[in-house]
Design a protein around this ligand. Structure first.
Ligand code: ZN
Length: 82
C-alpha cells in the first residue's frame, strides 16, 4: 500500500509483510494505529488500524479460501415456451 507523509508529502510504501506485521502487533497490543516512519523526514505517520485491515484483508491471519467453481444460475421459469 502507499500512504503519503503528512508532513513532507513523500510517498511511503508499506509492503504486504509490513502491513501484516503491523496488524499482528496492533492486535496483540490493542493499539489503534500503526506508526509508519517517513524515510525522508522521519515524521511518524499514524495509519489507523481500520485502514490497515481494509488494504490487507488477506494478511489479517485468515487462511485463504479455496476457489469454488461457480455454478451457473438456474432458470426456474425456463426460457423455452411461454
Ligand atoms: Zn516525510
Amino acid at each position: 500500500m502507499q500512504i503519503r507523509c503528512y508532513r513532507c508529502g513523500a510517498n511511503l510504501t508499506l509492503g504486504k509483510e509490513e502491513v501484516a506485521f503491523a496488524l499482528q502487533a496492533l492486535e496483540e497490543s490493542g493499539g489503534t494505529h500503526y506508526d509508519a516512519r517517513c524515510h525522508r523526514c522521519r515524521h511518524t505517520n499514524k495509519v489507523p488500524l481500520e485502514q490497515l485491515r481494509r488494504i490487507a484483508p488477506a494478511a489479517a491471519g485468515k487462511p485463504e479460501e479455496p476457489e469454488k467453481p461457480e455454478e451457473p444460475p438456474q432458470d426456474p421459469e425456463g426460457k423455452n415456451g411461454s
